[in-house]
Design a protein around this ligand. Structure first.
Ligand SMILES: Cc1ncc(COP(=O)(O)O)c(C=O)c1O
Length: 272
């Protein structure tokens, strides 16, 4: 008898364009612009600190929400740099990169058939994560003529009773667009009007040029209680392989993320 088939969920996962292109780039004379991996190594003082801590025994499981000292450091960073005030013990969870924060957020928020609005073009992992969490990903268009900024009335027309979450990614991968306060304010107004959660993916916050500055969505009026702020050490500190990211948001959501982190990963990497 033939063994039973895989889950329907897995069969629905799209093939990652990043993986296909990265694999073909290995065999061809091309410049790889697929994965967002800094072309320099992790700074020496970080590597040395990790070596020291590993030697001293920081090699065990940690709390499922991450080391308390790290959560406190993240809360300080979010307060000073992003004008966001989170309780480190209740509103911040350390995860396996920003990827882990996003995947666990979708698992925490979505019921089967719930819809998530995602940027198109956007980072290729959003869709499979949402499908794996039982949801449906719907792309909202970002056009070159608009400077790859979202059109609020167009997004509003896409919202249905099944829409639960909108993903905002600024600075954007792959377009490079950086959203200002006014545009983010309009997105937040829409989310409030339609009662949507906002997942604000800010992993590229330090990769800004030409006088632009990054604004955190959760800092805008009305946003805090419905926004999950996702960030990562990967891009800012050239630490993609260390797998440290975090989600900060309402206690109810963050406590669900920590419970899922415990069930699926035990905890984040202690030495990282
Ligand atoms: C837009 C965006 N969000 C999140 C991530 C997740 O990165 P990491 O899991 O390394 O933090 C990436 C990685 O390429 C990305 O491009």
């Amino acid at each position: 008898m033939e063994v039973k088939d895989l889950s329907e969920r897995v069969k629905m996962l799209p093939v990652s364009a990043v993986r296909v292109l990265s694999d073909s780039a290995k065999t061809t004379d091309v410049i790889r612009l697929t994965a967002g991996d800094p072309d320099f190594n992790t700074p020496k003082h970080i590597v040395e600190a990790a070596l020291r801590e590993a030697e001293e025994g920081l090699t065990h499981y940690t709390s499922s929400a991450g080391l308390p000292q790290l959560r406190e450091a993240i809360a300080r960073k979010l307060r000073v740099e992003n004008t966001l005030s989170y309780d480190p013990m209740k509103q911040i969870a350390v995860t396996n990169g920003g990827t882990g924060a996003l995947a666990l957020t979708f698992l925490a928020l979505l019921n089967p058939g719930d819809r998530v609005l995602i940027p198109d073009p956007g980072w290729t992992n959003y869709k499979p994560m949402i499908i794996a969490a039982g949801g449906e990903a719907i792309g909202y268009p970002l056009r070159r003529v608009d400077g790859f900024k979202p059109n609020i009335s167009e997004i509003e027309a896409m919202v249905t009773d099944r829409t639960k979450v909108i993903v905002v990614n600024t600075p954007s991968n792959p377009t490079g667009a950086v959203y200002d306060k006014d545009l983010l304010g309009e997105l937040v107004e829409l989310a409030v009007k339609k009662n949507l959660y906002i997942v604000s993916d800010e992993v590229y916050e330090k990769v800004v040029f030409d006088g632009h500055s990054h604004v955190s969505t959760a800092a805008l009026p009305g946003a805090f209680e419905r926004t999950i702020t996702v960030n990562s050490l990967s891009k800012t500190y050239a630490m993609t392989g260390w797998r440290v990211g975090y989600a900060a948001g309402p206690e109810k959501v963050v406590s669900a993320i920590s419970a899922l982190n415990s069930a699926l990963n035990s905890c984040p990497s202690s030495v990282s």
